[in-house]
Design a protein around this ligand. Structure first.
Ligand SMILES: Cc1cc2nc3c(=O)[nH]c(=O)nc-3n(C[C@H](O)[C@H](O)[C@H](O)COP(=O)(O)OP(=O)(O)OC[C@H]3O[C@@H](n4cnc5c(N)ncnc54)[C@H](O)[C@@H]3O)c2cc1C
Ligand code: SF4
Length: 513
């Protein structure tokens, strides 16, 4: 326990009240949380994202004050707020004569660099602490895959299952299989009614007013008096409880499905609560396993395994990828894509129904589920050859859960293949066939999902073949796409020409689709 007068920094995504820092109040220790322009302005964010982060930070500050801790909270419009981490920390430590500065290791590379610079300059003792949140250390994944060409998620996931003894039975996976992906790829067939979502009604009007007053540039919709995202641990726990009760039973089965009738389906919407560290990943995993153990006739193993894999596997894996590949990942552009992101990513105004639905709900709720992000908006950006910087900027801004450590590897590596295949064994692209199979979007679309050429042919189709044709040199040796090259090569040359002509027309008029 520190005896010297100490300033401790808590960042907006470090709202973990169960961290050992908060075990007992210490009158020598002051915690600081700050709403700063540095964070509102590094990218244009969705208004719900800024409001929910500030709302959760304010609630957290209040909570730890109630527990007896000393807290300084700098609101965005506080005249004492110097609007950057460096200036506020320097100011506070000088004016209040702190003898020590302590911080929790940030999850973003840019903040890691900044905090190291800050601590190098501060004339007082400085120390960094673990956030006690993740299930792996920053460099674990890099070490796990040392000497390997590819970082295969499945082998990492199996290692995590064994290491944490999760869904294991005497060294073997429970149910006899590591993964039930084959059973988990169904389109929505109405067999299970989609549960009514638990939506909070947080009144964040005051925060929204300040954001507007300070002219922070944001986008997207908000109902300032009814913000739906959890801003306290109690709310986050309620969301977890609601998910294991209602959503988990069909989570795995429909995790790849999309429907225009509903924006969340059976997904947990827990990413914001976990990424702000209000919830610990292990407690989320344990809650899901407990629910399955209690009612195995209602929740099958493939539902719970599918969910556990997302958190124990994908989430930790992506974090490891981030630390293994940063800062290079930030600049990767394997296909040398240069197109600009079409305007409808910011408005939802396009005739492509799948894009209108996925972008529309993202603007409305700051949320889209994984397959919408990967196989609709990400897929289209990759097929259209959009520069990964622009794609990243959009994903980092629009989603409630977007923090660079998880957004960047998902977008740049997984979705845009800009890492050249370290993460994904092949680019995640599809024609309209997949979208039609996994959703009802094509049924009411202005475009024809069956057509790859001619008037109103679905843009995903010609752009799909155009993608293979233009990247043949880079991709044809990849065994996972060799089949597609065989199909392309067998296509009549005249037909190839017409399809590529249609793709060229669409690429010239990307903004008008
Ligand atoms: C292009 C792209 C960008 C993405 N950007 C982000 C982002 O900025 N922040 C973010 O948290 N997730 C991101 N994801 C991953 C995933 O889409 C979201 O975690 C998920 O949609 C959040 O909704 P949910 O909580 O309802 O998830 P559920 O479907 O209920 O899944 C449960 C949990 O598993 C974890 N999870 C699932 N898939 C992934 C994944 N691929 N990577 C990391 N964690 C995962 C999340 O914590 C999620 O809350 C992105 C995916 C893609 C394809
Ligand atoms: S037809 Fe094409 S653009 Fe329209 S919804 Fe289907 S895949 Fe999307």
């Amino acid at each position: 326990m520190p005896k010297q007068k100490t300033l401790r920094l808590v960042l907006g995504d470090q709202l973990n009240e169960r961290h050992s820092w908060f075990k007992a109040p210490d009158k020598e220790v002051t915690y600081v949380l700050m709403e700063i322009r540095q964070e509102t302005d590094y990218v244009k964010h969705h208004i719900q994202k800024v409001a929910a982060f500030f709302g959760a930070m304010r609630a957290f500050a209040e909570r730890i004050s109630e527990l007896g801790h000393r807290v300084v909270y700098l609101k965005l419009d506080d005249p004492k707020n110097r609007q950057t981490l460096s200036d506020n920390i320097a100011d506070l430590s000088q004016k209040r004569k702190f003898k020590k500065f302590e911080y929790l290791l940030p999850d973003e590379y840019r903040l890691d660099v900044q905090l190291r610079e800050i601590t190098a300059k501060l004339p007082i003792q400085c120390q960094a602490f673990d956030t006690e949140h993740f299930l792996t250390e920053r460099q674990d994944l890099k070490e796990f895959f040392a000497g390997k060409k590819r970082f295969l998620m499945e082998s990492f996931y199996r290692h995590m299952r064994k290491h944490y003894d999760i869904l294991m039975d005497n060294g073997k996976p429970v149910g006899g299989q590591w993964n039930y992906d084959q059973k988990n790829r169904q389109a929505y067939d109405n067999k299970f009614p989609i549960p009514k979502p638990l939506l909070f009604e947080n009144n964040l009007m005051d925060i929204c007013r300040t954001i507007r007053k300070k002219k922070v540039k944001t986008f997207g919709d908000i109902e300032p008096e009814k913000v739906i995202w959890p801003v306290t641990r109690a709310q986050a726990l309620a969301l977890l409880k609601a998910f294991v009760k209602d959503g988990l039973q069909a989570f795995g089965t429909y995790q790849d499905a999309m429907t225009s009738a509903n924006w969340h389906m059976f997904h947990s919407r827990l990413s914001f609560a976990m990424n702000t560290k209000m919830l610990h990943p292990l407690e989320v995993i344990e809650a899901s396993i407990k629910a399955w153990e209690k009612k195995p006739s209602k929740i099958e193993i493939q539902q719970v395994e599918g969910f556990v894999r997302q958190i124990l596997g994908w989430r930790e894996y992506m974090r490891g990828i981030y630390w293994a590949l940063m800062p290079d990942l930030f600049e990767m552009n394997y296909f040398d894509h240069r197109a600009t992101l079409p305007d409808y990513y910011w408005t939802g105004e396009t005739r492509m129904n799948c894009m209108r639905m996925a972008i529309g709900q993202s603007l409305k709720h700051a949320y889209a589920h994984h397959i919408q992000r990967l196989m609709i908006t990400g897929n289209f950006a990759l097929l259209a050859g959009v520069h990964p910087d622009e794609v990243d900027e959009w994903y980092l801004g629009i989603y409630i859960d977007a923090i660079q450590w998880v957004e960047l590897p998902n977008t740049r590596a997984m979705s845009q293949f800009a890492d050249g295949g370290l993460v994904a064994t092949k680019p995640y692209i599809s024609s309209a066939k997949y979208i039609h199979a996994m959703s009802d979007y094509c049924e009411t679309c202005a475009y024809d999902w069956k057509k790859r050429r001619g008037e109103m042919a679905c843009p995903f189709n010609s752009l799909y073949w155009d993608f293979f044709a233009r990247h043949q040199k880079r991709l044809q040796k990849n065994p996972r796409v060799a089949m597609m090259y065989r199909v392309w090569d067998r296509m009549d040359k005249g037909e190839q020409k017409v399809v590529l002509k249609r793709a060229a027309l669409y690429k010239r008029n990307l903004n008008d689709l």
